[in-house]
Design a protein around this ligand. Structure first.
Ligand code: DAH
Length: 357
């Protein structure tokens, strides 16, 4: 027994001498680990006579418990000391200046997109969407532009490779195909706008191969040209945030409308900036007209029963006009300096009622 007593004091001395967590772990392994002194003694129990084993086993268990207890007590003390030491070095310097946070801006196109949706939303329109990759039917045929129609050549279309059946998909050249998709999937009364990307093989100061348009379509039993003019006037006033906009409705031609009109708004150039609503110059902003009976038919509806108007305008162009941005190409170059200059802070969308929501 005295042998066990001296072993106990030896181990307990090691425990209290352990100065850090790795040291205490080493003591644990040397005493209680598989090859530790106590474990080795436990292994000799099997060879003892039953009586002897009982007494020796009990004594060894007592020793084991004492050592385990001492180990965990020491471990707790050391753990706390380690934490204290770490906390002492990890002081927070409250006087450090705040690190600058990079703040993003809303792209002018996104801003104008939201404004347009908001204004037409106030006028009872909902938003419709269509795919960027279109077939001939939706992009051309159904819009009263059959294969030999001259307007097709004016569209600088991006075509995909021919399919086995000879047809070719296109990157939609305008948002007008959404008119057809809406007619085929919704019953009149229809009142939608379709903002979205469009594509034409064209590039200069005012043209980029990818650009954005917004399409409008209203179809029911009675909508007429007067309604179209009113809606467009309301839109222009709300969008350009002016009380009056002088508008000129010029007879024009689009395959998908009859009659067709192009719409100009009056503006003045003041100090290099455009001022909408006054002046003596005219700026074309959109195409529009009463939906052609052939288009209504292609949309699966009866032109003797439903009628209405459509319009289409360039979202990017609206952004250039409203916010005085001279070069369209810069819109899509992702230059951070440009975005910081022309971008918008979040949560500022004018409503029809004016002001900010
Ligand atoms: N789709 C025409 C374009 O891309 C714009 C347009 C004109 C759309 C007249 C219309 C419309 O809905 O009625 O140039």
């Amino acid at each position: 027994m005295s042998d066990l007593a001296s072993l106990e004091s030896e181990i307990l001395a090691q425990v209290s001498a352990a100065a850090d967590e790795p040291a205490i772990e080493a003591v644990r392994v040397s005493a209680l680990g598989k090859k530790g002194v106590i474990s080795e003694r436990m292994a000799t129990l099997g060879k003892m006579a039953p009586d002897e084993r009982k007494a020796a086993g009990a004594a060894l268990n007592v020793l084991k418990d004492k050592v385990s207890e001492a180990l965990s007590a020491r471990k707790a003390v050391l753990g706390e000391a380690a934490l204290e030491a770490r906390l002492a070095t990890e002081t927070l310097d409250m006087t450090l200046p705040v690190r600058p946070q990079m703040q993003g801006t809303i792209h002018p196109v996104s801003q104008v997109w939201e404004e347009v949706v908001q204004i037409f939303g106030d006028l009872g329109f909902s938003v419709a969407e269509g795919p960027h990759i279109e077939d001939d039917f939706h992009n051309f045929d159904a819009l009263n532009m059959p294969p030999d129609h001259p307007a097709r050549q004016e569209h600088d279309t991006f075509y995909f490779n021919e399919k086995p059946d000879g047809s070719r998909m296109v990157l939609r050249t305008h948002t007008s195909p959404v008119q057809i998709r809406t007619m085929l999937s919704q019953k009149p009364p229809i009142r939608i706008i379709a903002p979205g990307r469009t594509f034409r093989s064209d590039s200069d100061m005012t043209h980029t191969p990818m650009f954005n348009q917004v399409e409008g379509l209203v179809l029911d039993e009675t909508t007429h040209l007067g309604n179209l003019k009113w809606i467009l006037a309301e839109f222009c006033k709300a969008f350009f945030e002016v009380d009056e906009v002088k508008m000129r409705f010029r007879a024009s031609h689009f395959p998908f409308t009859e009659p067709s009109m192009e719409v100009d708004i009056q503006y003045a150039r003041e100090g290099g900036q455009l001022k909408i609503g006054t002046g003596d110059k005219w700026l074309e902003i959109l195409g529009s007209g009463m939906v052609h009976p052939n288009v209504i038919r292609a949309g699966g509806l009866d032109p003797d029963k439903v009628q209405g108007f459509a319009f289409g305008m360039g979202l990017d162009r609206l952004a250039m006009l409203k916010y005085g941005i001279p070069d369209l190409r810069a819109f899509f170059e992702s230059d951070l300096r440009w975005l910081r200059h022309y971008g918008f802070r979040a949560l500022q969308v004018p409503t029809l009622a004016g002001g900010l929501s």
